[in-house]
Structure formats: structure tokens, C-alpha cells
Design a protein around this ligand. Sequence first.
Ligand code: PMP
Length: 389
Amino acid sequence: MFLNEGLKDLRDKGLYNVINPVEGANGPIISIDGKELINLSANNYLGLATNSRMKEACIKATEKYGVGSGAVRTINGTLDIHIKLEEKLAEFKHTEAAIAFQSGFNCNMAAIQAVMGKGDAILSDELNHASIIDGCRLSKAKAIRFNHSDMEDLRKKAKEARESGEYNNIMVITDGVFSMDGDVCKLPEIVEIAEEFDLITYVDDAHGSGVLGKGAGTVKHFGLSDKVDFQIGTLSKAIGVIGGYVAGKRNLIDWLMVRGRPFLFSTAITPGTAAACIEAVNILTESTELHDKLWENGNYLKKGLKELGFDIGASETPITPCIIGDEKLTQDFSRRLNDEGVYAKSIVFPTVPKGTGRVRNMPSAAHTKEMLDKAIAIYEKVGKELGII
Ligand code: PMP
């Protein structure tokens, strides 16, 4: 039957991803199959997914508005609470305006296609997220990949594209923080190249918001808020809920409100979601406590793993890969960590290049020193057992 062969092939090769549901909240300790594990795989960087103020805001809004928003934003699904959220997000990102979507993925589906088309070109970092790749495809613009964070390659390709005279608008797109290695994009150089060759600039800051720039993100971290045209953020990682947003100039946001297809054709985020996200931004702007704790925990875990002799790559953020190399050894390592009480997912080809298999750790502000010490001890035990350290 249709698809059975493909499924069998994946299962026979052990490549079919079996999903084991988390029983309860996705906090620093999770339960899977009745077993408690130290969770180093969630994007819940600041621990806000279980924040009590946000839960309360969500419940209050749900009681007032109901569980659903009732329609797409352009019919009558725009509730006043969506507008409040968008105003909050614009303030948070230091931009004129912002527009909320149902996910970070949808932001890239919406924004790229809304402004780029046939006859345009997009220069895209080769390690950009899948949703950027899909967004570029949807736009029908010519996608030109440049080597990861290689500014010479970007400059060469920008020059070629501009001088060819083949394209109208040319855009450069980069992740703010790259999620597989935890490295930060070279934004000052990207902006310089963009100015030289008249490029539209687009930063997907899914992993930088709440983490860099005292919480405001990668663009703020570099002090370049007035130089970046599109700032994409997600409400699902540091913010701890679900949804995404594009922040930028008023005319850009106005355009997305009439041309961003998921805004026009997919139902708006729930009022409870909007309320929880507003409260998250309040929390982030009131104090840097959670942000500071995240960095303290990230640095602590990094130091512990590095001292044991693990290769933690080129991370500049709390995302801490443990690069193992061999795909099978990486998967065995992750499984053994799991047996011993640490949930840290293995990431192998094709998500990362062949021979660079890794176990990726995402510490959060919600982890305690005791949890991290325990995780480091388990890493030591399993690392020695498998001959990795
Ligand atoms: N962009 C990047 C860079 C991401 O890492 C992700 C999530 N993995 C997304 C977009 C999608 O965000 P969301 O989960 O909110 O759809």
C-alpha cells in the first residue's frame, strides 16, 4: 500500500523517529514512560512554559474571551488582546510595529513570500532553519546559499548577484543564533555587506530572543535595531508558549497584514496564548534575572563538560552541543544517557553534516546546580563507558 514501503524501509534501518510522550509539564525534570529524567532538550530556555504568572494570565483571558479566537485575523479573529500583544512585541524589539503569527514556522512561510518573488534573489546561510528554506521556495525567488557564516562567500555572492543585473530585490537571511552549534551570526558584517550591495536584511531570531541582548535578541545585542528590516521571533522557545512574530517598520507590518498568507488564511492564536505571551514580555522587561540565570547555567554546564574532555564545539550561547562524530556512537551515547537519567537528544546526518553527530544540550534558567551536577556526573560515567572521554 501507498507509503508502506517507505515506512518499512525507515523502520528497518532504525531511522523512524519513535516519539515517547512527556507525561506532564516540559520542565527541567520530565517524566517519560514513568521515568524521571533531567531534561536538556527543551527550548524552554527561561523556564517560562510553566510560569505561574503566565498561567494565571492565560486562564483569566480564557475566561474572558473563551478558548478560541473564532476566525482568521482579517475576518473578525483579531481580538484587542492580539493588538496588545503586537504593541508589546514591537516595544520589546525596539521596532515601529510587529505582527503575530501562529508559529515561528508560519512567520517564515508568510514574510519571505510576501515581499520576494520571481526576479528577486535571496542569499541564505547554508545552516538556516528548514522554515526559511521552505519560505524561500514558496517565494519563487532565486535562492543562493552562502557557506555558513562565511562573510567572504556572502560578499562574493552578493556582488555577483547585484552586478549580474538579473535581480530586482535581493535579500540576505540568517538565523540569529544557530540552533545546532549555538553560534551567533556575524550581524555587523552582514549589515555592512547589505549596505554595500543594497540588500534587504532578515534575521530569524528564534533562538536569540530572550537569550541575547539582555533578552531583546541578537539584533539588539549588536545594537543594530535600525539596520535590520525583518526580525523574526518565536513565542515558543524563550517565551515558553506558542506562536511567532515579525517585527519591523510600520509599512512592512502593514504589508504583511494584507499579504502574509497564514495571517489571512489561518485562524489567529488563542486569546489565552496572547495573554500568556504579553505576561512573558512583562517578565522579561521587568528584570534580567531569568536571562542571567540561563547564562549562569549554560556556562556551568559548558565548563563541566569541557573539563571532562567533551568537544563542545563553537557555542557562544547556552546551547551546548557535545560533538561525538560517528552517527551510531552518538545515538548509543544519547540512549545510555537516557538510561542513566538525562534526556539529551542525538542529532545526526542529515540534520547536521556527516561525521559531526552530536548530543545537544539546552540548559535553562529553571535547572538547579544539583540537576546540572547530576547531569555532568552521568555524562562522565557514560562518556568513559563508551570511550568518548
Ligand atoms: N526558526 C528557527 C531558526 C527555529 O529554530 C525554529 C524552531 N525550531 C523555527 C523558526 C520555528 O519556530 P516555531 O517552533 O515557533 O514554529
